[in-house]
Design a protein around this ligand. Structure first.
Ligand SMILES: C[S@@+](CC[C@H](N)C(=O)[O-])C[C@H]1O[C@@H](n2cnc3c(N)ncnc32)[C@H](O)[C@@H]1O
Length: 338
């Protein structure tokens, strides 16, 4: 099985560690911009020391540049994605660098002592929700870093998730941990639904800014709060036709996951839907490309689809599941309250 998200063509250039690190340096030094601008750059003008002749070779082997006589040019494949996927590449590479250090230094803890791994991991330092509890400039700056990364991933996942859902026009959807509203905006656009995102204060402020220019029919509302408090039927925008969790429940220990599902079911009238969209456990087939190591630090938390099916069935829901083609293990569970 080859893992690849059809909406994330940049992943093809993040297949190997060495190629990705060369790409990151080429971006940071402006080399790729220069080649893109000039069409072709003579190799002797790339300002590399003689002993660094291996560097363009790494870019060549990653399919990013090719040598034409004594010049370097972007490959057609890379030139085709560079203008519109460069931000995605930058955010993914920043996260992959942190993951690489964490895995190199902490693989034994990831496998044997998860709390210790999480205490020392750069990745969990980036994803520190504790820094998102207010809206002061420091909180917004810290929150922006991981929200940008999450938003890039969700932009590429939302089209396939939307295709697997069925919501009525005007449906009122509460999205728990909906981040800066990428999924919510996609749902509004696809179904003419109304989406309210409940998330942490700094995240909501960034979400409001991000969506400020959108038309009102595609602009989610944001409610600052702590999802664990429950009583979601009292939030502005209620009553809800659906409560959605996308890539949220795996963040929580089992007892909290079950409590959040209790809150969701309690907030719905019969016929309402609980929608869970989550990555699943790593599968034992196919090569593991470098870009997918980004998910390895979260691998201990991903549950099989059956866990969500059982939890929702136990809460009196009729359950329907699907697995969209996102190029990695991913499942969608819709529980309809009876
Ligand atoms: C892994 S992110 C997923 C974001 C989004 N659903 C997506 O897939 O793009 C988890 C989200 O849960 C939010 N979150 C964490 N703790 C929360 C809490 N106690 N109450 C509400 N939201 C919370 C985070 O701020 C973040 O936006």
């Amino acid at each position: 099985m080859t893992y690849r998200n059809p909406n994330a063509p940049e992943d093809a250039f993040l297949e190997t560690f060495a190629g990705a690190m060369a790409l990151e340096l080429g971006m940071r030094r402006g080399l790729l911009d220069r080649i893109a601008l000039d069409g072709a750059v003579p190799i002797d003008q790339v300002n590399l020391r003689a002993e660094a002749a291996f560097f363009p070779v790494l870019l060549q082997r990653a399919g990013i540049v090719e040598q034409v006589v004594d010049t370097l040019k972007l490959t057609d494949e890379f030139a085709g994605i560079w203008p519109h996927r460069r931000a995605a590449l930058a955010h993914k590479l920043r996260f992959l660098k942190a993951v690489s250090v964490d895995l190199a230094m902490g693989m034994s803890d990831l496998v044997g002592d998860l709390p210790k791994f999480m205490k020392h991991a750069h990745t969990f330092d980036i994803f520190d929700y504790g820094k998102s509890m207010n809206t002061d400039p420091a909180a917004l700056e810290a929150t922006q870093i991981w929200c940008d990364y999450v938003a890039i991933l969700t932009e590429t996942e939302a089209p396939e998730i939307v295709a697997a859902l069925d919501l009525d026009p005007g449906a009122r959807v509460l999205e728990i941990g909906g981040n800066v509203g990428v999924m919510g905006a996609a749902i509004m656009t696809a179904f003419g639904a109304e989406v309210t995102v409940l998330d942490l204060p700094a995240v909501c402020t960034l979400g409001q800014r991000r969506n400020a220019e959108r038309a009102s029919g595609a602009r989610p509302s944001f409610v600052m709060g702590d999802a664990r408090d429950g009583e979601w039927d009292e939030l502005p925008g209620a009553p809800w036709d659906a409560v959605m969790f996308k890539s949220v429940l795996h963040d929580w220990p089992e007892a909290d996951r079950l409590k959040l599902l209790d809150h969701a079911v309690a907030a719905l009238a019969p016929g309402g839907h609980v929608i869970v969209a989550e990555r699943g456990p790593l599968q034992a087939t196919g090569p593991l490309p470098f870009w997918l190591t980004a998910d390895l630090v979260f691998a201990p938390f991903y549950q099989p689809a059956e866990w969500y099916a059982d939890a929702l069935a136990a809460r009196g829901c009729n359950v329907v599941q699907s697995a969209p083609d996102l190029g990695l293990p991913f499942h969608i569970t819709v529980g309809t309250k009876t």
